[in-house]
Unconditional design. Structure first.
Length: 212
């Protein structure tokens, strides 16, 4: 069996000297962080994610605030403060509207019919808490996802797989829906749920500024 050699970079080594907490149970986020050699523990946020969307001027403002509150809730429960706490939230946006999980089969069909032949955005906000928890930085990554044209039979066949029913936007990028997606413009890992390149950039800056 091959031995995995960790990426030896100063910012990764600095993180691995302290306690890093991921405020998410997302399998994809855990996998992405582990793949670059970051050691961390998981503390799933109990924040209800029930912010009223009409309070926010843009979907970007909404997803940033949700990510921040998810991380703040976890930080408040920790007795031993970490070197870094990472929280994130991902949304699907079309025509400036946030697309939730479909409420029914008809809702899924309607949602996918809208996405068919069009380009929408996947936005991920990441918040990095450090110090006593009052210090944090956040950043936003946006990726364009371009769906090919789907006819009615294809939409119904996809919905019948049940994959859309628990997915924001009504599709799973890495699942069966991949057959309908023509291209993306932007970070692939952002669509999966964690923009690792942007994360690396932000953490390196924190390390260089001696904030971590």
């Amino acid at each position: 069996m091959a031995t995995t050699i960790k990426l030896r970079l100063p910012w990764i080594q600095r993180l691995n000297q302290g306690r890093v907490v991921l405020a998410s149970g997302s399998p994809r986020r855990k996998e992405i962080l582990r793949n670059v050699g970051i050691d961390f523990e998981v503390q799933v946020s109990k924040f209800e994610e029930n912010l009223e969307k009409s309070w926010f001027a843009t979907p970007a403002d909404y997803v940033r605030k949700t990510s921040e509150e998810k991380g703040r809730e976890v930080f408040s429960r920790l007795t031993e403060k970490p070197l870094l706490l990472i929280s994130a939230d991902t949304i699907v946006v079309y025509n400036s509207q946030i697309l939730e999980k479909p409420k029914s089969k008809l809702d899924a069909i309607s949602m996918l019919s809208e996405l068919s032949g069009n380009t929408h955005q996947v936005l991920t906000a990441v918040t990095l808490f450090y110090g006593d928890g009052t210090d944090f930085v956040s950043f936003l990554e946006s990726t364009d996802v371009c769906f090919g044209k789907m006819d009615g039979e294809e939409v119904e066949a996809y919905v019948d797989t049940q994959e859309p029913m628990d997915k924001a936007g009504g599709y799973g990028y890495q699942g069966i829906a991949s057959v309908f997606i023509e291209k993306i413009n932007g970070c692939y890992f952002n669509v999966v749920g964690f923009p690792i390149s942007a994360f690396a950039r932000e953490v390196k800056q924190l390390v260089n500024e001696s904030k971590l």
